[in-house]
Each structure stands twice: as C-alpha cells, then as structure tokens.
Design a protein around this ligand. Structure first.
Ligand code: NAD
Length: 363
C-alpha cells in the first residue's frame, strides 16, 4: 500500500456501493449477491454505524479466502409449517440470508398475520435494523433476537472474562403517517468497533465499560485487543442487559437450530443465527389503535424537558435518520486505515486500486 491509499476519504453512498459491488463481484459473487452486500454495508455507514459498514469488507474477503464463507448460497428452507419457517444460511453471506429470510417472513406474515422465522448458520448479517426496515417497508412489526459465534468479547454479569459476543436485539415498529420506531443495539456496554476506534485514537473508554485481561475494571481499550490473553466488554444495563444477551444467545443460537458460543472458535468467521417474529398489525385488527396511541405517547414522551447538553428527546431510530440525511448529503467519511484495508481487500479480490478509486469517484 502506498501513501495515497492511507488518506482519509469522504465518499458518497452510490459510488461507495459501486466500489464495494465490484470487490464482491470480483470475489465470485453473483451481481445480486454483490448488490445486497454493498447496499447493506453502505446503509450501515449512512445510518452512522460505521462498525457494521464497509469496514467489514476486509474481514469478509479474509474469511472467504480462508474458505469458510461460501458465495452464492441461498437461505434453504429446512422446515415449513406455514406460520413457522426454519432456514439454513449454509455458511453464505448474511446479506443474502437476512434479505431472503425477511422475504419469506413478510410473505408468511401477509398470509397468516404473523410469522416466526428461524435463521441459522449464516455468516455476519450486519446491522440488524436493516432487516427490521425491510419489514417496516412492508408495514410489519418485527422483533429480532440474534447470537454471534465468533471470538468471545463480552463478560457475563459478575464474571471476569469474555464468554459471549455482542448479541444484538432489534425491534421495528412501522407507524402509518409517522416515522417508524426502530430499536437496534448490541447487548454489550459499547460496540467492539467503538473500542477499536478509541484505541486507534489513543483515547480511554468510559469507566464501567471494560475489564482488563485479569478481569479488573479498566478504561484502556488496548486490553480488549491484547493477545493471547485479552480483556472483555461488560454487558449494558448490568444484570438486565446481561439477561437479554443470554436470551438472544438461546433464542437466536439454540431455538433456531443453530449453535451457541461455548468454546473459542478457530476461524475469523462471524456466524449469526437470528429468531425473527413478524406481526401484521392490520391483521391483528389494531393498526388504528397502534397508530393513534403511538402518536399520543410519542408526543408525550418527547415533551420531556431536555437535560443540559441535550437538544431534544428522541425516539429510537431518530439518530439513524439524522445520520442518513447528513451523510446522504455530505458523504460518508472513512478513516485512512479503514480505506487502506478496503483497497487492500479489493486488490486481493482482483480489483486494482485505480479501478476501485475510479468507481468510488476519486483517485
Ligand atoms: P447504539 O449504542 O448506537 O444504539 C443504537 C440504538 O439506540 C438505536 O436504536 C438508536 O436509534 C438508539 N439511540 C441512540 N441514541 C439515542 C437517543 N439519544 N435517543 C433515543 N434513541 C437513541 O448501537 P450499538 O449497540 O453500537 O449497535 C450498532 C449496530 O451494530 C446495530 O445496528 C446492531 O444491529 C449491530 N450489531 C450487529 C451484530 C452482528 O453480529 N450482526 C452484533 C452486534 C451489533
């Protein structure tokens, strides 16, 4: 990598998607698969979640080249009882599996009023809010419990070392004529990507966030990335967030027919399994009530006087919408190290740096 590829860049969403599509097409994916991967990663950046954006490209290419991730797979139906569907991701790209799982679930929820979709053995399905947004676009409420089988980084409540991953939980609620409510978070106190950012900037993390390699509290982000022994992130919300992480592991990883994390995996793959429950409020006969009650309730909650330093009270989903507007207009900033890694991953997949940067709109 030369000096030029280590510059920070600002790239607009459409050319960034084109660049990412080119990498995955060169890496053997069909045009549709490359498009689904690129769209979801860039959407994560647009919504402000850089930890799940195009910075994942090098990891995916690494896992693909190691032979763990399989291109051009589809969500395979292993059980179909009408309202319940079990799908196997067959170690394929999570962007395809998440999309196809929601397509199936949306069709079933339209037919039956509700659907339970159990997806197992998919590679990283990225930002879970993306899948709730697919349901929201169809007018459907959805709940998602997700587990992650990858190197453990989160300690149990009261424990001193990492035993599970950042198990995300997500709920999407469409509201006719109003913005949807979209709650989507990792059950760790802080996302792993945010600890890495603090380390790269030479900053400390907030007290109460991390344990060091001996299991004692620390604010030093380097402890999480130390090897062979490393520290851990604590769960959010003390015993309550920890409990939700356990529920995500058991519903996402076990009830779906997938795997839980109970040993250190050898590979760098990130396996996700997800239990999704989808509900059609129109078929439940409560769409009008949901809409009217939500309007009153949200107005009431948002009327709370803001704390010093806070401009206004927000609903879950609003920060992402604000990012979407700002980054859609001004472009997506990508730090120098991340862009250099993406260029390097592109070269490994067979896309020359000059071609990639031309697609990204500069160079
Ligand atoms: P976060 O801490 O930024 O929390 C995001 C949630 O909190 C959103 O619902 C957001 O709207 C809401 N929120 C934030 N500020 C708010 C405010 N001021 N008022 C009201 N609501 C507010 O998110 P995170 O925990 O860093 O997770 C980031 C992403 O990582 C998520 O999209 C998650 O799905 C994803 N993730 C994926 C995996 C995986 O294995 N696929 C694992 C972990 C996390």
């Amino acid at each position: 990598m030369d000096d030029e590829s280590t510059r920070a860049v600002v790239v607009h969403a459409a050319p960034l998607e084109a660049a990412v599509r080119a990498i995955f097409t060169a890496a053997g994916s069909s045009a549709r698969e490359a498009e689904l991967i690129a769209r979801q990663l860039v959407e994560a950046n647009l919504t402000g979640h850089d930890s799940h954006g195009v910075g994942m490209v090098p990891r995916y290419i690494e896992v693909l080249r190691a032979g763990h991730l399989k291109p051009n797979r589809h969500a395979r139906v292993t059980l179909d009882s009408g309202v319940m569907l079990a799908l196997d991701g067959d170690e394929g790209y999570g962007q395809v599996m998440g999309h196809e799982a929601m397509e199936h679930g949306i069709a079933r929820a339209r037919e039956h009023g509700t659907a339970v979709v159990a997806l197992r053995n998919s590679h990283h399905i990225g930002r879970i809010g993306h899948w709730a947004e697919q349901c929201i676009a169809a007018g459907l409420v959805s709940m998602h419990y997700v587990n992650v089988v990858s190197e453990p980084v989160v300690a149990p409540f009261g424990g001193r070392d990492a035993r599970f991953q950042t198990n995300p939980f997500c709920v999407g609620i469409p509201l006719p004529g109003a913005k949807p409510v979209l709650l989507d978070f990792a059950t760790s106190r802080i996302a792993m990507g945010k600890v890495r950012v603090a380390m790269n900037k030479g900053e400390q993390v907030r007290p109460g966030t991390l344990l060091d390699r001996h299991g004692d509290p620390t604010t030093d982000p380097r402890e999480l990335f130390a090897r062979p022994e490393h520290g851990a992130i604590v769960p959010f919300g003390e015993h309550k967030g920890y409990g939700l992480a356990i529920v995500c592991e058991l519903l996402g990883g076990a009830l779906t027919g997938g795997h839980t994390l109970h040993a250190k995996p050898a590979s760098r793959a990130i396996w996700n399994s997800m239990l999704s429950i989808i509900v059609d409020p129109a078929r439940l006969g409560t769409l009008g009530n949901l809409s009217a009650e939500a309007e009153e309730y949200i107005r009431w909650v948002k009327a709370s006087p803001p704390m010093p330093g806070v401009d206004r009270v927000r609903m879950p989903g609003e920060p992402e919408e604000e990012h979407r507007v700002q980054r859609g207009r001004d472009g997506i900033p990508i730090d120098a190290a991340t862009w250099a890694e993406i260029v390097d991953a592109g070269e490994k997949a067979g896309v020359r740096k000059a071609a990639l940067e031309a697609l990204a709109g500069f160079g």
